[in-house]
Write a protein that binds this ligand. Structure first.
Ligand code: ADP
Length: 467
């Protein structure tokens, strides 16, 4: 009870640890993915915004270029062509509607800010709000912040004079330029959009993380289930094995104790007791050998050597071998074989053991006067060996359980006849190792048929009847 509690706790702890690892790994992947997505989204919006600024600045440049005065005071001309801009050192009283006529793209003054500098970097005109940067910084891209805390992305473009061809005849940009145009765009909408993306991702990642935690718990439970099941089976097997070993050991010790009280002169009784001890010891030995065999059969990492095995010889050998025990039990044993030899790939000693167990059971559970048929049949590529008896039969409800370790329908009868309760479990394990199917058909008081069906026979095997 205590042991099972600790093992349950151990499995629970392992499940929690597994779920945490699942959640950590899946959460990590989700985190990396969402950071990547966030950067991609922000970057694409940033690039789109810069392209928009660049394109408006280019349009403005092209519209202004033919109208720019080549000499004299530019402010008068500027006031005429851009009446909505404030001119430096003049009172600023722009007409709000005019700006829309000239530059539809920058009509919203709260979004865009325009500045014009002359060739020497002196500010000439600016949008009717504070100039973003009164002194010229000719770097193409800058991010600025107004004293009110509004961020702007600003693009600077050289205003070329009309009819000037940049870079022609080795004349520098500076000599051909009229001045500089700076177009700034507020980052308020961009920042708001970025924040919206942040919130959306944060919310969806949090929900996804909750789902990840839930599914991790469920998945770890699913992963632990077969391990827990196998652990329980192992525990059950250990308990059953200990129980099975204790019974013959106790009776062996009791017999040995009885022998101690027999007078040495009573040779006859001593002889009988020693024979009993020998029989009990042999039974104990058989049980231990069966246990070891079953453990080794279920060791999935172990590979057994296989070679072509002649099933016809196997049936004939076993019929011959069991002729005597069958005669002793007063049952008739007869083979039923196809015309030719039938071969399968397998481990010969194991196949002998499989059929031996079936024949032993048939003899054990068939009353005297009964018949046992050991047959071999071939259909297309598959081969069947069957052991058919006219014995006590097995009830439908028991037919699935008889392949469980230590399961006996009638324990007393089985023990009396020398059964360990492992015979069919061993047979089932061997069949599985050979990719064969072991099945039973039985009717109480009429008899049973145990069939081993091998999926594949080797070429040149005889093909006669059907399984
Ligand atoms: P055991 O060593 O007790 O025979 P097995 O694993 O070989 O153990 O068989 C399990 C149980 O199945 C037996 O106890 C018996 O009740 C039943 N059984 C197996 N073979 C037959 C059969 N041919 N006829 C009737 N009952 C059978």
């Amino acid at each position: 009870m205590n042991n099972s509690l600790t093992s349950r706790q151990l499995f629970r702890r392992s499940r929690i640890r597994l779920a945490l690892w699942y959640a950590l790994v899946m959460g990590g992947i989700l985190g990396v993915f969402s950071i990547g997505l966030y950067h991609a989204l922000v970057q694409s919006r940033w690039t789109a915004m810069e392209r928009e600024i660049e394109s408006i600045a280019g349009t403005l440049h092209d519209s202004l270029k033919p109208m720019l005065p080549t000499s004299g005071d530019p402010t008068i001309v500027l006031h005429r062509i851009l009446p909505e801009l404030c001119l430096v050192a003049r009172p600023c009283n722009p007409h709000p509607t005019l700006i829309q006529r000239h530059t539809t793209g920058i009509s919203d003054r709260s979004i865009y800010a325009l500045q014009l500098f002359n060739r020497d970097g002196i500010l000439l005109a600016f949008s009717p709000n504070q100039p973003l940067s009164p002194s010229l910084d000719a770097r193409p891209w800058q991010t600025l912040q107004t004293p009110e805390g509004i961020r702007y992305r600003q693009f600077t473009i050289i205003l070329h004079m009309a009819h000037a061809h940049p870079h022609a005849d080795g004349i520098s940009d500076h000599h051909l330029s009229w001045g500089y145009l700076q177009l700034g765009r507020t980052l308020a909408t961009f920042d708001a959009e970025t924040q919206r993306i942040q919130w959306t991702l944060l919310t969806s990642v949090s929900i996804a993380l909750l789902l990840v935690v839930g599914s991790s718990w469920w998945l770890s439970g699913l992963a632990m289930q077969p391990i827990y099941h196998s652990y329980q089976q192992q525990q059950q097997f250990t308990t059953d094995a200990a129980h099975e070993l204790r019974a013959p050991l106790t009776s062996l010790l009791a017999t040995a104790e009885a022998a101690l009280h027999v007078s040495p002169a009573n040779k006859q009784e001593l002889q009988t007791i020693l024979q009993t001890i020998e029989r009990q010891g042999r039974r104990l030995g058989d049980l231990i050998a069966d246990l070891l065999l079953l453990t080794s059969l279920e060791d999935s990492g172990r590979t057994v050597p296989v070679s072509p095995c002649c099933l016809t010889d196997l049936v004939l050998d076993l019929v011959e071998e069991f002729a005597e025990p069958a005669a002793a039990a007063s049952v008739e044993l007869r083979p039923q074989l196809p015309g030719g030899d039938v071969y399968v790939m397998g481990n010969e000693p194991q196949l002998y053991r499989l059929i031996t167990n079936l024949i032993t059971n048939a003899i054990r559970y068939t009353p005297s006067g009964g018949q046992i048929e050991i047959g071999l049949e071939v259909r297309h590529q598959s081969a069947c060996i069957y052991v058919k008896d006219t014995g006590i039969g097995i009830a439908k409800t028991e037919q699935r359980r008889i392949f469980d370790r230590f399961y006996r329908i009638d324990s007393d009868r089985s023990r009396k006849t020398g059964g360990t309760g492992l015979g069919l479990a061993i047979a089932q394990s061997i069949a599985r190792q050979h990719h064969a199917r072991l099945r039973v058909e039985s009717e109480v008081d009429r008899g049973s048929i145990f069939t081993v069906e091998f999926a594949q026979t080797l070429p040149h095997s005889a093909s006669t009847t059907t399984c």
